[in-house]
Design a protein around this ligand. Structure first.
Ligand code: EPZ
Length: 428
């Protein structure tokens, strides 16, 4: 019997009400790594209860840290950390563990981290992380699948120009540069809100970082012993917020997401309006509703403040039910259209040509068994099942659990006909 846990989504007339988003996964994972530089007990709040956080906490514990877990808080004592080697099986399980590379080199002058694998959406190279760190005096070698970092002449400031505004490369070099002697500049830096969140935490720990959130970040290195623990609240998850807002526009709303800074979602909200949604924003909430038919709208994913690649699948779903044809261009990852193949099983009309997808709206989608290929596609497939006639079974939901806290529970609170179930898939 091939028993597996799935999400079953059934046709839902509307999604409406209010949902509070969790803390940002793509910030919290790096904040946990940055705590290594605090050399004491840091408190991190508004941490999402998702499986990626569990893995990152395990990485820290294997390095020697102690982690006390509240429902959405972590108290991480990194004073006991004395290892700079991460467990191979954990890093290969979650590539985001590479985030410990910068802090470990900052604290110990060396590190041994498993080479992170690729994933379904792309090769996920780390060449820009390495080039940035080499500018700071780090030397790398590869030893049986592990990346070995050393600083034979010490960690020093550098001038870094990133080929591409890579989120991870910006974070890695920023964390190491905090304690590198001298003034480091990172040009063509990523501008995602999570970068600012990380810089705010590092500054609360004693670092001197300016310009985070812009393309040029300047870091005045401080001695390691001047870095200290902190108490930091993670920003809200803009991608989780955008996912629920997409659901509200898909089915009508009014739907409000709370706990998010609307300025993080400017481009996505602009596109929702272009598709026919009514969008209201407040200090920490966004409300969407739609009475007009969905209108085709082109999107192209770009580094922030451009359209976020992590909302591409959610918007392709809206386009699949819009009047007319939309062109969706994926510029950030080389293989992030697998969602299209899944909604085509449900009757969508999507033609892929390299990194362009031509999405021609249809009147209805039909429920079908579909597979999550990455966490954002998985979340979008559940929304597709709510809009489709009949029943949709979403498989491989472990992807969704990596990045969405209580996704089904939050959708049910908004009126969705959706449930988790364990089924024998072979019997379908
Ligand atoms: C972060 O990944 C996020 N993950 C991703 O979210 C997000 O899609 C991405 O930023 C872009 O916003 C986390 O924060 C854990 P990049 P990251 O470095 O840091 C290539 C999700 O769904 N590249 O900006 O890996 C890379 O392969 C995930 O939550 C290199 O070639 O993103 C990609 O094609 C998915 N060499 C592009 O650049 C490098 O050294 C952007 O990568 C680094 C990146």
């Amino acid at each position: 019997m091939a028993q597996e846990e799935v999400i079953i989504a059934r046709e839902t007339a509307n999604l409406s009400g209010m949902v509070r988003v969790s803390g940002a996964k793509n910030s919290a994972l790096k904040l946990i790594a940055a705590a290594i530089l605090g050399q004491g007990k840091s408190t991190l709040r508004n941490i999402p209860a998702i499986s990626d956080i569990d893995i990152m906490c395990e990485v820290l514990e294997r390095l020697g840290a102690t982690v006390e877990r509240g429902e959405h808080e972590l108290i991480i004592d990194t004073a006991p950390v004395e290892s700079f080697e991460t467990p191979y099986e954990l890093v290969t399980k979650m590539r985001a563990s590479i985030s410990v590379l910068g802090p470990l080199v900052g604290r110990f002058g060396q590190a041994r981290v498993a080479m992170p694998g690729g994933c379904q959406i792309g090769a996920r190279n780390i060449d820009m992380h390495l080039v940035g760190m080499q500018e700071l005096g780090v030397e790398f070698s590869v030893d049986h699948g592990n990346l070995v970092a050393t600083t034979p002449n010490g960690l020093h400031a550098g001038t870094i120009l990133l080929d591409f505004p890579s989120v991870g490369a910006t974070e890695t070099t920023m964390m190491a540069a905090c304690v590198a002697q001298g003034t480091t500049t990172i040009d063509n830096a990523a501008r995602e809100p999570e970068i600012e969140d990380l810089a705010n935490m590092l500054n609360a720990m004693g670092a001197h970082i300016e310009g985070a959130g812009s393309s040029t970040i300047v870091i005045e290195g401080v001695p390691l012993d001047q870095m200290h623990p902190c108490d930091h609240v993670t920003v809200g998850d803009r991608i989780e917020a955008g996912t629920f807002l997409g659901g509200g526009v898909l089915l009508g709303g009014p739907l409000t997401v709370e706990g998010i800074d609307p300025s993080y979602l400017r481009m996505a909200l602009t596109k929702l309006s272009a598709m026919g949604a009514d969008v209201q924003v407040g200090d920490d909430f966004v409300t969407v509703s739609r009475t007009l038919p969905l209108q085709a709208t082109d999107i192209q994913t770009l580094p922030h403040p451009g359209f976020p690649t992590d909302l591409q699948a959610q918007f392709m779903l809206l386009a699949a039910l819009a009047n007319g044809s939309s062109i969706v261009t994926e510029n950030v990852f080389e293989n992030r259209f697998m969602f299209a193949a899944e909604i085509c099983r449900m009757g969508a009309d999507v033609l892929i040509d390299e990194h362009h997808a031509v999405v021609t709206g249809v009147d209805r989608l039909q429920g079908a068994p579909v597979e999550s290929t990455d966490l954002r596609a998985g979340a979008a497939l559940v929304l597709a099942g709510l809009a489709a006639e009949g029943e949709t079974i979403v498989r491989h939901i472990q992807h969704i659990d990596r990045g969405y806290e209580d996704y089904v529970g939050k959708l049910v609170s908004l009126g969705a006909c959706v449930e988790r179930a364990t089924i024998d898939f072979a019997a379908l």
